[in-house]
Design a protein around this ligand. Structure first.
Ligand SMILES: Cc1cc2nc3c(=O)[nH]c(=O)nc-3n(C[C@H](O)[C@H](O)[C@H](O)COP(=O)(O)OP(=O)(O)OC[C@H]3O[C@@H](n4cnc5c(N)ncnc54)[C@H](O)[C@@H]3O)c2cc1C
Length: 402
């Protein structure tokens, strides 16, 4: 097994790094480096336009739809470099989750209608899968879509829609047949969130940030042409989407950046007259996370390089998701731990004076803002995209036949 990137990969990394240095606006990078989530909508749109102009907004899409044609390893390097430069991730819901469903299962007319605006950031999307009584048990979802001529009439409630308040469109799982077996009665529908009868309400996270939303659908009339693929086949499209989501949920570059941040904080903070970074206790904790992260990166690279494996792809996606999300949590915990008592200051978001580099002081260094918020935010990563316990059930069933 080759543990190094090739010379061509390193040349590619240099090209990406130079592009980011020249084109990523400094104010966006500063805000993103703080660690609050989500990035302001305007930052996402501005950065999306820059990347779209360069042809790099959706590296993982097939080239014929506007992707780059890069190898999986190049996509991995690109993401590493974006995180290193503190570029915000572009809208995950549209580019990562919904678009692959559209270009795989949608009609030519749907591809032409949705893919270009998603690529440019003209349409931001929300995912409308979960309901108050259908999360892990998604198949029991109740939101109904009843055919009425050339429309569906949709009624129900969705919850936890990430960045739903930024979104122009949503991709929804709806029940089109309540008599069929639960999996067969579900369809995948695009809904314009400006339609009459749609309301989006905020749910505040416990770090004070507005990231997730409830979406209420009250007699919303949706043109039947917005149905993706076949009526009743939505469950298989959802499984395809969730496998994609979990494979890309290892977030190695995210954890690496947080470890860099933890190391920088620990080099400044002291404990018992020593720099924290020099204490054996901190070094041990840091090394433990770094080793696990390194091991995860090799696993991801092995999957990306399609090394033959006896594992089921869905089980692999779940394993990477579980491990990656646990390491994200440990990396942010370490940074907060290093801050000590300073980490207790309540900082709800970008409006706090500490987010302004000019207001940083010896007592309140600029890297305090965002640490506690980031640590709290990552409590959610073992829940969204499928809760950790449920992923472990999937792994035990598919990989070990239990
Ligand atoms: C920050 C955040 C963003 C999200 N964004 C979106 C979004 O954009 N769109 C969307 O549709 N959804 C979104 N979700 C919803 C997410 O997918 C669900 O929260 C998740 O699937 C879990 O469902 P639930 O919250 O209903 O918990 P439940 O399913 O009620 O689970 C509660 C607990 O029980 C455990 N549990 C449940 N079933 C089993 C089982 N069979 N075996 C063992 N343990 C079990 C779970 O692991 C969990 O610990 C988001 C969630 C969060 C927290």
């Amino acid at each position: 097994m080759e543990f190094q990137y090739s010379a061509a990969d390193e040349a590619f990394r240099k090209e990406v790094r130079e592009f980011l240095a020249a084109h990523l606006p400094a104010d966006i990078a500063h805000r993103h480096a703080l660690g609050f989530h989500p990035a302001p909508k305007d930052d996402l749109l501005r950065w999306n336009r820059v990347l779209a102009e360069r042809g790099w907004a959706a590296p993982h899409w097939p080239r014929e739809h506007g992707g780059t044609g890069w190898s999986p390893v190049q996509c991995h390097i690109f993401e590493q470099e974006c995180q290193r430069a503190h570029a915000p991730s572009l809208s995950w819901q549209g580019l990562r989750l919904c678009a692959p469903v559209i270009y795989t299962f949608g009609s030519e007319a749907q591809k032409a209608r949705f893919l270009p605006p998603i690529l440019r950031g003209d349409y931001l999307l929300a995912q409308g899968f979960s309901e108050p009584n259908a999360g892990s048990d998604l198949v029991s979802l109740k939101t109904s879509a009843v055919r009425d001529g050339d429309h569906y009439v949709v009624n129900g409630q969705k919850t936890w829609s990430s960045e739903g308040h930024y979104a122009d469109w949503g991709f929804f799982l709806v029940r089109t047949d309540s008599a069929a077996k639960p999996q067969r009665g579900i369809s995948f529908l695009m809904i314009d969130l400006r339609s009459p009868g749609v309301s989006v309400r905020p749910i505040l996270m416990f770090n004070g940030m507005h990231y997730v939303n409830e979406i209420f659908l009250d007699n919303v009339r949706v043109p039947a042409e917005n149905l993706i693929g076949d009526e009743g086949a939505g469950w298989s499209y959802a499984k395809f989407l969730l496998d994609n989501e979990r494979t890309s949920s290892a977030f190695i570059y995210f954890s690496r950046e947080w470890l860099t941040r933890a190391r920088a904080i620990a080099a400044r903070e002291t404990a018992g007259g020593m720099r924290l970074i020099d204490t054996p206790a901190f070094q041990r904790k840091l090394a433990a996370v770094e080793i696990d992260l390194q091991a995860l990166e090799f696993s991801v690279l092995r999957v990306l390089a399609s090394e033959k494996t006896r594992w089921n792809a869905t089980a692999v996606a779940s394993a990477l998701k579980v491990r990656g999300s646990e390491i994200q949590q440990r990396a942010t915990e370490l940074a907060l731990d290093a801050l000590g008592l300073r980490g207790l200051r309540a900082i709800d978001g970008f409006a706090d004076p500490l987010c302004d580099p000019a207001k940083a002081s010896e007592a309140w260094p600029g890297d305090v803002a965002g640490v506690a918020s980031g640590m709290l935010q990552t409590r959610a990563v073992t829940i969204y995209g499928g809760a950790k316990e449920v992923q472990k059930n999937i792994i035990s069933r598919l990989a070990f036949g239990l």
